[in-house]
Design a protein around this ligand. Structure first.
Ligand code: PMV
Length: 322
């Protein structure tokens, strides 16, 4: 019996990953940069045993169906291959998400599973290799191997596409992110499908690639200088550019709901009134607000004038895989 256990935290991209160069290996078209957060994480335990006759996957103590189990099995196969192991496994994952926020994250899930497999099969992968494995489960998962600021260097093949930690002299400890959870019933387009449609049809996509590279370089400078205002400005602008590409896709689509737009406007108003805060959004209607730890309570109080307290979740910089 081989046993491994790992915990990984989720991350939110400040420079977004949007579009794949290789869909199989999950090589992105652009490099991205994220902040790992403390509030959401996944703990995963895996046991390989020669007497098991199939892979079994429990998520939050619920036995998962064939489709979910298959996805996990395929990912574990990468590790079985590497370790030359043919045992089946039982996987138990717990997603720690405050309240019923509907923010379950594939990033922390796949990163934790990668860490658990690494330990159980005694592969002794270093963090860079682990990030390459996690990448093949879900792109953004490769960034959850590290804490704080992380860059996913797009690379050009399996070996070179990996995440690395960005030296920041603890700048991330001055930051906070407030999640505005918007209970919108709108059906989402999975990030995988949204990216594919954008890459294949959006006339704005080539411009996105040029802009993302410029934004990344500027953001790394802002981090080096601990310039929060610059960091926030680039974060917000980059998210808007990513979401703009979807409007020019064929057929066009958007992840924004009317509530998302209201939240973005509230953030702009709070900022205009003197509190530094900037929004970002991913492949769904929720809005995340980047601010400084020193002002987080003030900004949360302002947001609470427009949203229920249960909709507001505060996160700080979180650690890498444990
Ligand atoms: O790794 P995925 O398939 O969950 O895609 C993530 C896409 C975005 O969240 C929109 C951007 C990002 O870099 O996390």
């Amino acid at each position: 019996m081989l046993k491994g256990k790992a915990r990984a935290h989720t991350n939110i991209a400040l420079i977004k990953y949007w579009g794949k160069e290789d869909e199989q290996l999950i090589i992105p078209n652009n490099s991205s940069l994220s902040l790992t957060l403390d509030a959401f994480y996944t703990e995963t335990e895996i046991v390989f045993d020669k007497n098991f006759t199939e892979d079994i996957f429990y998520l939050d103590d619920q036995l998962q169906d064939e489709k979910a189990t298959k996805k996990v099995s395929r990912f574990i196969d990468l590790f079985r291959q590497q370790a030359n192991c043919s045992f089946f496994a039982t996987i138990r994952s717990i997603n720690h998400v405050p309240t019923a926020a509907g923010l379950a994250s594939s990033a922390s899930g796949l990163a934790a599973l990668a860490g658990a497999c690494n330990q159980a099969l005694q592969l002794n992968l270093d963090q860079e290799s682990l990030s390459r494995f996690a990448r093949k489960g879900s792109g953004s998962a490769c960034r959850s191997i590290y804490g704080g600021f992380v860059e996913w260097q797009k690379g050009h093949d399996d070996q070179s596409s990996k995440a690395v930690k960005i030296a920041s002299d603890h700048f991330e400890d001055e930051l906070a992110m407030i999640f505005i959870v918007l209970n919108d019933q709108k059906k989402e387009i999975a990030s995988r499908d949204g990216m594919k449609r954008t890459v294949e049809t959006s006339s704005f996509y080539p411009t996105w690639l040029t802009e993302a590279a410029l934004d990344l370089a500027a953001m790394k400078e802002a981090i080096a200088q601990k310039d929060f205002i610059r960091l926030g400005e680039i974060t917000e602008a980059n998210a808007l550019k990513m979401h703009a590409t979807t409007l020019a896709a064929v057929p066009p689509f958007t992840y924004w709901s009317s509530e998302s737009m209201r939240a973005m406007q509230v953030v702009r108003t709070i900022r205009a009134n003197g509190l530094a805060c900037y929004f970002t959004m991913d492949a769904g209607p929720n809005v995340k607000v980047l601010c400084q730890k020193a002002e987080v309570e003030q900004i949360k109080a302002k947001l609470a004038e427009h949203f229920a307290l249960e909709q507001l979740i505060v996160a700080f910089s979180g650690p890498g895989i444990e």
